[in-house]
Design a protein. Structure first.
Lengths: 715, 137
């Protein structure tokens, strides 16, 4: 069944339209003139019935059958009350009140097949069919559009009818449009629903991403915190084994010494792992600060050579540094570059059994590339990326024998990225590997804030005072006098810090806080007096006692300017030392309080202070420490930051609140790396900071001396 | 309001249906035509349906009605120009248009009317197939 056209019957003119369409269609599908008239007349009768009796309906034109002859069918459908006496009407007995009773009967005569289906109350459907002439071409779905085009081209002679037919088409088009609009609205609604779904999904994704970010942050924090926790006991082990090995409490037997050596080595390795982990966590958390400075590759190689030569125990292996004397200086963070190259080198040393390891550098444009080439086991291409991932170690017999943290290369990569460069590897299994580090020749900080930190650091050469002795600044232009004084103090607790000129003395005072100053004032040198007056008008240095040693006989003037002692040249050894002792003597009995819950930490600190003339007392908790601070009124307090109960920050705050303890200098002694914020806060509260790691590295005495000097209690 | 024009030609009126009329238009024509017959005292009515491709039962009935009314108003009606296909269809439909005289074209229709009115010849020259033209006389 192939529907061609539907005409709606809603008014009288529609009946006319229907029969005209019927005639036109009949012509187009191939009926002759007589049949065209028959069909049109039959349609007119039935369509009129639909309009008159049912108030309207519609007329459908169809083609039935797919082989010749096809049937031309017309269905007239209405929703009227139905035909009451169908049998009577069809028998021709019915006398219509409007027509001549000819509608149905006549139409039936005009068509080949005629069916009426009428249900009272439900409407009537009349189907009329007529066979197409045999010779006409088949009407197919494919041919339908051209048929309809031809129909559209058939213009009625009557403009009114034409307008009407166009009107109806317009109405149909409008109807179609409305349906499409409804469809569009429905689709729109569906799209909106989908959109809402997508938005919800996005929100969910955001949430997930947020979770991941937080999880990542937690991981970094966990790593960082755990690493710190590990460092405390490790530092204790290292420091204690150092003390044991030094034999300061009695010598060890050879066997014991070896065992302690092993303990120390194991602890060293563990500390290395922890430090790598910590570094990695810090890089991930963006906490590592790049401190660029200028250095030469030559110097860098020298330092590396010095560090790594001791590790080169294998006689079949050579460590060669290329000559780097011609290379331009590099501005970058030397310690980080060194750390990366050390990583490369220690890997090369691990995985190369014979041959050589060659370290080189070359400059290409604005970048410098360092290479470490070995003749080791090599890395398969598929593994060359994985080795830069955390905790990845390749499976190799040699790999199993030599242990590593699995963190060295990942850390190197991150550090290189931090410096604006990258690391790479080229390798052939069995031939060797070349690791490379490429960096900009001049480091460009990522953020403008990064460089400021560098600018504020002054590049002085610090006078390293001997922490075990009492520094005395001697200002004398005569070298032989300085030599003489050096002889005087030899074997005493004093250490001479010599200055040949007043400007030099000023410079030294920036970094050294001497227990006393011996000031020579030559007869001609007026700036000596000025320097004395300057010292005494400086709030920070007023307390440093000054002994004026001069050929000028003017003790009242010296005393008036604030000199604590006066000696006429020439002075002898006894007078010089007595004078000094008189000046610094009162400091000798100073008290130091150590507040720390960790027995080992207290023990280590006390050991470091043993050589110095202080009275040391201890407290194992914050509260206990506060109590001691009030009763003993120590000259300095060492306080651990992390303690159960009242912690270091709390102790510091309470000390500052109590007038009795307000002025006691406090040194915060911590194992944790402080954030700049924490550090600033502690410094605001008047505390100096010292890292507990100094006990493990053996620099404790120097560091302690430094903070004591800063705190003004150095002897 | 659309109407079918009605022309007066001497003592006859001529209606030439050029459009496919809907039923109301046909009814209006019926009314207009009877009014015009009275107004113009026409003796004859010529209805030209040569342009009509379809004459169904309603229009057929309308033509019959016009003829009957005209006769009552003392006028003769001749339907001219019916197409053969229309004629065949009308017969098949069961409508013989009783009481309606027909002629092949307007000219023959005029002759028929004149013959009916002016000369005593009753049926002689009528060419169309309506031998039972006026049983009421």
């Amino acid at each position: 069944m192939l529907p061609i056209l539907t005409v709606k019957i809603t008014s009288e003119p529609d009946v006319v339209l229907a029969r005209q369409r019927a005639r036109q269609l009949a012509r187009l599908v191939g009926f002759d003139a007589q049949d065209q008239t028959r069909i049109a007349t039959a349609v007119s009768e039935i369509a009129r019935n639909a309009y008159v009796y049912a108030g309207g309906g519609h007329v459908e034109f169809l083609i039935e059958g797919q082989t010749a002859p096809q049937l031309f069918a017309v269905r007239v459908v209405d929703q009227g009350p139905g035909i009451p006496h169908l049998d009577v009407v069809l028998s021709g007995q019915y006398q219509s009140s409007t027509g001549m009773g000819l509608g149905l009967v006549g139409a039936r005569r005009l068509m080949d097949v005629f069916d009426v289906d009428s249900t009272p109350g439900c409407g009537t459907t009349v189907v009329m069919r007529k066979l197409l002439p045999r010779r006409t071409p088949l009407v197919t779905a494919a041919g339908l559009p051209s048929l309809l085009d031809a129909l559209a081209a058939t213009r009625s002679d009557d403009p009114l009818t034409e307008v009407r037919s166009q009107n109806q088409e317009l109405l149909r088009t409008l109807d179609e449009l409305r349906r499409r609009q409804l469809e569009l609205a429905r689709l729109n609604g569906e799209l909106e629903d989908t959109n809402r779904g997508v938005v919800a999904l996005y929100a969910e994704l955001d949430e997930k991403a947020d979770h991941l970010r937080r999880a990542d942050e937690l991981k970094s924090r966990f790593l960082s915190n755990m690493s710190h926790e590990f460092r405390t006991p490790l530092n204790s082990i290292l420091a204690l084994s150092r003390i044991l090995l030094a034999g300061s409490d009695g010598p060890l037997t050879v066997e014991q010494a070896r065992q302690v050596q092993f303990v120390r080595k194991a602890a060293d390795e563990l500390l290395e792992l922890v430090n790598d982990l910590l570094d990695l966590a810090k890089v991930e958390a963006g906490k590592i600060v790049v401190r660029p400075g200028e250095f030469t590759v030559d110097r860098l190689f020298g330092a590396l050579r010095g560090m790594l030569r001791p590790l080169l125990l294998n006689p079949a292996l050579d460590l060669v540094f290329d000559d780097a004397g011609d290379l331009p200086p590099v501005v970058s963070d030397e310690s980080k570059v060194s750390q990366i190259l050390r990583n490369f080198l220690s890997n090369a040393l691990k995985f190369t059994e014979r041959g050589e390891i060659r370290v080189g550098a070359r400059v290409e444009g604005p970048r410098i590339t360092f290479t470490v080439r070995d003749t080791g086991i090599g890395i398969a291409p598929e593994d060359q990326e994985t080795i830069f991932k955390e905790f990845n170690q390749l499976d190799h017999p040699l790999q199993r024998r030599v242990r590593g943290t699995g963190l060295g290369l990942p850390l190197s990569r991150r550090l290189a990225e931090l410096l604006g460069g990258h690391v790479g590897v080229e390798s052939t299994v069995g031939v060797g590997s070349t690791f490379s580090l490429t960096l900009p020749l001049v480091y460009v900080p990522a953020a403008p804030g990064a460089a400021a930190d560098v600018a504020t650091r002054d590049p002085y050469v610090e006078w390293r005072t001997d922490p075990g002795r009492i520094p005395i600044l001697v200002v004398d232009d005569a070298a032989e006098t300085l030599l003489l004084y050096q002889g005087f103090v030899r074997g005493t607790g004093f250490e001479l810090v010599p200055a040949r000129t007043v400007p030099e003395a000023r410079q030294l005072l920036k970094t050294v806080r001497p227990a006393a100053i011996v000031l020579d004032i030559p007869p001609t040198g007026e700036d000596g007096w000025a320097f004395l007056a300057e010292l005494k008008s400086d709030d920070d240095r007023r307390d440093i006692p000054v002994m004026v040693v001069t050929e000028v006989n003017d003790e009242p003037k010296a005393r008036a300017l604030g000199a604590a002692a006066y000696a006429r040249k020439p002075v002898d050894s006894a007078a010089f030392l007595d004078g000094l002792r008189a000046l610094v003597g009162p400091q000798a009995g100073k008290r130091i309080l150590i507040i720390d819950d960790d027995d080992v930490a207290r023990y280590l600190l006390r050991s470091a202070l043993r050589e110095m003339p202080y009275v040391v007392s201890e407290a194992s908790s914050g509260l206990h420490g506060l109590e001691r601070a009030r009763t003993e009124h120590p000259d300095l307090i060492f306080c651990d930051l992390r303690m159960p109960g009242v912690d270091g920050a709390e102790v510091l705050r309470m000390l500052r609140e109590d007038p009795a303890t307000r002025d006691i200098p406090v040194v915060v002694n911590t194992v944790r790396q402080l954030t700049p914020g924490e550090r600033a806060e502690l410094e605001r509260a008047g505390a100096a900071v010292i890292s507990k790691e100094v006990f493990a590295t053996g620099t404790a005495a120097v560091e302690i001396r430094r903070v004591l000097t800063r705190a003004g209690v150095a002897v | 309001m659309e109407r079918i024009p009605i022309l007066k030609m001497g003592e006859f009126v001529l209606v030439s249906i050029q459009v496919d009329m809907h039923d109301q238009l046909a009814m209006t024509l019926q009314d207009d035509l009877t009014a015009q017959i009275v107004r113009s005292r026409a003796k004859g009515v010529l209805i030209d349906i040569s342009a009509l491709e379809i004459v169904d039962s309603f229009i057929g009935r309308m033509l019959g009605n016009i003829a009957s009314m005209a006769r009552v108003l003392d006028a003769e009606t001749v339907v001219v120009g019916m197409r053969p296909a229309v004629a065949i269809t009308l017969v098949e439909l069961g409508m013989a248009l009783p009481g309606v005289k027909t002629a092949l074209n307007v000219e023959r229709g005029m002759e028929l009317l004149r013959a009916t009115l002016g000369t005593p010849v009753e049926t002689g020259r009528a060419p169309a197939e309506s031998p039972n033209g006026h049983p009421q006389n």
